[in-house]
Design a protein around this ligand. Structure first.
Ligand SMILES: [Zn+2]
Ligand SMILES: [Zn+2]
Length: 245
């Protein structure tokens, strides 16, 4: 309903009005998503990356490597990628998507995520978003992880299961909690939707979220997917909050 007609309207407006930078709303020549200044201030992840969380690492592309944090706390999932590092313009875009109703960011963001996730994708991969609790969904009206996942699935021609995971209970905010508190807070809070369990068994799953911080929520999702016998679980996020960034 609303989303689709919104996209149509935007396409119509695009024909009349010039493009605006997704971050600062400056007019962009040539239909780019970001103006030159914002592009340069967006910490896109390129080159060799940590196979667990997607942070850039020094070295030659092609090696499978892990950052110090992933070596200290090996992720529950198999492989992880991030389109950007959570700072500067990338942080502003994430917050705009989360709190600012900036649904116009879904298109460019899901394209960046599709590019980052490309090495992890197989034709039969299922895309599954990190779920939000329904109370939060009512307040916020949309789940930004679901919108990003849908955009990515469409772009890559993959199966898309928006309701594969559900929040069994509300976990509140993860802000201002230690790593251990975050893991304890979400442990067991996410379950596979019983109606989707059969569709997940034996499949490669790509979990999608906007930000990876401690990875506690993604861990809870991964554990639920493994209980449903997913063949593999990979993760892609729009932005990785790197401790040393
Ligand atoms: Zn800009
Ligand atoms: Zn890592």
């Amino acid at each position: 309903m609303g989303l689709q007609s919104g996209a149509l309207l935007r396409r119509a407006v695009d024909l009349i009005l010039p493009h605006q930078c997704a971050a600062c709303r400056e007019i962009v020549e040539g239909g780019g998503m970001l103006c030159g200044a914002c592009w340069r201030q967006t910490p896109f992840v390129t080159g060799l990356v940590c196979d667990g969380c997607g942070v850039p690492l020094p070295g030659e592309c092609g090696d499978t490597v892990h950052c110090d944090e992933c070596l200290a706390h090996p992720p529950a999932w198999d492989h992880g990628r991030a389109a950007t590092i959570y700072r500067d313009v990338a942080r502003r875009l994430v917050l705009g998507l989360k709190h600012g109703d900036r649904l116009d960011l879904v298109g460019p963001a899901s394209e960046w995520m599709a590019r980052a996730a490309q090495p992890l994708l197989r034709p039969e991969t299922i895309v599954v978003p990190v779920p939000v609790h329904r109370w939060r969904l009512i307040r916020r009206r949309y789940n930004q992880a679901a919108l990003l996942g849908r955009g990515l699935a469409r772009r890559c021609g993959l199966d898309w299961h928006p309701d594969a995971l559900v929040r069994a209970r509300s976990t509140g905010s993860q802000d201002h909690k230690s790593r251990e508190e975050r893991f304890a807070n979400v442990s067991g809070a996410i379950e596979v939707n019983p109606r989707r369990a059969r569709a997940l068994a034996g499949r490669d799953v790509l979990l999608v979220d906007d930000v990876m911080t401690s990875g506690a929520t993604l861990t809870a999702c991964t554990e639920a997917l493994r209980q449903a016998s997913a063949a593999s679980v990979s993760v892609v996020v729009l932005a990785r909050a790197a401790r040393d960034a």
